[in-house]
Write a protein that binds this ligand. Structure first.
Ligand SMILES: *[C@@H]1O[C@H](CO)[C@@H](O)[C@H](O)[C@H]1NC(C)=O
Ligand SMILES: *[C@@H]1O[C@H](CO)[C@@H](O)[C@H](O)[C@H]1NC(C)=O
Ligand SMILES: *[C@@H]1O[C@H](CO)[C@@H](O)[C@H](O)[C@H]1NC(C)=O
Ligand SMILES: *[C@@H]1O[C@H](CO)[C@@H](O)[C@H](O)[C@H]1NC(C)=O
Ligand SMILES: *[C@@H]1O[C@H](CO)[C@@H](O)[C@H](O)[C@H]1NC(C)=O
Ligand SMILES: *[C@@H]1O[C@H](CO)[C@@H](O)[C@H](O)[C@H]1NC(C)=O
Length: 263
């Protein structure tokens, strides 16, 4: 065959493949896609929720779906066992286990009796939703003219999902203000007094997400409970110099001068 002939042959072959595929899609795949859509579900994992136990939680995306006879099953990337069944708690499918391998993909399938209706590949370590931070509190430091925000997270005590990014959100209450956000990886933050209104109530809360460059990835946690605090009445803008760290340095210098003169 000539080169031209070979080229024509290949084009003809490709045309067949393409038309073959589109024909197939028109028949079976379209309905499958609609079915997948109807039964679509979402999952998140929580690692070491209870010491070494991990959990996996799934829900159907359509809240009106009739899930009476539907079961969920996870297979693959498990220790000592091929598949695990989810427990159904009302609309939520839940597993608590030590058997997640935490390496590689699992397959999660919606089952009607023995039949798998639709399946989804998921990697447990890429769908981690951290536990919500707690005990957020704010302490005003008069001398420094700032507020120290601290909070706690159960992830400080964990072996796996240790690197989190926290999103601290605060806003003045009773004002149609937007939330102000600060990202940080530690559990301590200072807010400058001059950035906040005087004599005003503020609401502050925090949530966490696995640090994006880490092995573990996933979603935002729930928000922590809110903490409410009131800012002091007046900023002692000028006066504060007499009390703050700068004033201490000035006083020390003055004292030194006096002492030097006394010698
Ligand atoms: C943690 O697990 C233990 C035993 O596995 C159980 O007794 C306890 O209630 C669990 N705690 C929580 C908060 O789930
Ligand atoms: C849900 O489906 C089951 C059978 O699959 C049926 O018995 C039940 O009546 C249905 N519930 C609703 C609310 O449609
Ligand atoms: C999971 O549920 C199916 C029925 O839906 C049952 O046949 C199977 O034995 C269960 N597997 C486990 C490990 O419990
Ligand atoms: C909450 O945080 C405050 C301030 O950091 C601390 O004094 C207190 O002990 C914490 N409470 C709990 C229950 O951890
Ligand atoms: C954070 O909470 C844990 C309990 O979950 C507690 O042991 C620890 O002391 C707390 N840390 C701080 C700084 O409050
Ligand atoms: C915080 O980090 C998130 C995610 O990386 C980003 O989308 C957001 O813009 C950051 N916000 C601020 C205030 O830096």
């Amino acid at each position: 065959m000539t080169i031209l002939g070979t080229a024509f042959g290949m084009v003809f072959y490709l045309l067949q493949v393409v038309s073959g595929e589109s024909g197939y899609a028109q028949n079976g795949d379209l309905e499958d896609a609609e079915l997948d859509d109807y039964y679509s579900f979402s999952c998140y994992s929580q690692l070491e929720v209870n010491r070494s136990h991990h959990s996996l939680t799934c829900t159907f995306d359509d809240p009106d779906i009739n899930s009476t006879n539907l079961e969920l099953e996870i297979c693959g990337a498990l220790l000592e066992i091929n598949c695990l069944n989810f427990t159904k708690l009302q609309e939520v499918y839940y597993i608590k286990t030590k058997k997640f391998l935490l390496i590689g993909d699992s397959e999660i399938c919606v089952k009607l009796g023995e039949k798998s209706i639709t399946c989804k590949k998921m990697n447990i370590v890429k769908i981690v939703k951290p536990e919500a931070p707690f005990n957020i509190s704010v302490v005003y430091r008069e001398g420094a003219n700032d507020f120290v925000v601290t909070f706690n997270t159960s992830h400080l005590q964990k072996k796996y999902v240790k690197n989190l990014m926290h999103d601290v959100a605060y806003r003045q209450e009773k004002v149609e203000n937007n939330w102000m956000h600060v990202n940080l990886s530690s559990t301590k933050l200072t807010l400058l007094q001059r950035k906040l209104q005087d004599d005003a109530m503020y609401e502050i809360k925090v949530r966490s997400i696995p640090y994006s460059s880490d092995y573990f990835e996933g979603f935002w946690s729930e928000w922590s409970p809110s903490y409410h605090f009131r800012t002091p009445e007046t900023k002692r803008a000028g006066l504060s110099l007499l009390y703050g760290p700068v004033s201490r340095i000035i006083k020390r210098l003055l004292n030194n001068c006096v002492r030097n003169q006394e010698r």
